[in-house]
Design a protein around this ligand. Sequence first.
Ligand SMILES: [Fe+2]
Length: 267
Amino acid sequence: MRVLVLSDIHSNLEALDACLRAAPSHDLVVNLGDIVGYGASPNEAAERSRELGHHIVRGNHDKACTGQMDLHDFNPVAAAAALWTQESLKPENLEWLSRVLPGPMPLTEAQLVADSAASRESAAAEVPLLVHGSPLDEDEYVISIADALDVLMRSSVRLTFFGHTHIQGGFSLRADVGGQSFRPGYSTQDEREEISMSLAAGTRYLINPGSVGQPRDGDWRAAFLMFDNSASQVTFYRVPYDIAGAQKRIVGAKLPARLASRLSEGR
Ligand SMILES: [Fe+2]
């Protein structure tokens, strides 16, 4: 079974469309939240996300833009974008977005469970978990190896997909090796690229597909990943997109100009 994993679309329609065009054939789409906020296409991002399936966990911006969270934790630019988004969302999209559930959400798709190990206990551990921030707190940023170990040492789940940091890559923990972090090492800055990684037995993973619509790992290209559970493999992708188009919309919507310029920097 092949799963397309998206996160942090942030109302960037141009980036989302580029990811959907570039993604190889898949059986299922999962979405790790922050569908809206920052970008200028919240309705399109919400409508596309809804069409792609129901394996969605909410992000902090989804909460903020639907009035479910106080904006005092947001910086002024993020807060301005959240208010603009709340006013710009059609009522049906606002209503749908406000009903997206918090993680953690087990990816208990029938085929995935059938493909996994025979015993019930190990089958449960094989079911991937979907979260926005971390399994312990939906709003937590898992940035350092210490953050990741805190999660991995308490987890019995082999594979957890997370977003929120907008940094593609992840962390692993194996008893005899300890904790490690990994980032895909691409060779170009502006071409479509993919890098595959096999998941080792006896190892627990926290894996971030990166951000579709506002990467912050120094790479402007839209990010996503594919998970192939029968091959026990993830493949990270970076794809160029119509960044000028996304920026033009942000400026046209009179959103803060910084939200347009940062897309070029991948910061
Ligand atoms: Fe985000």
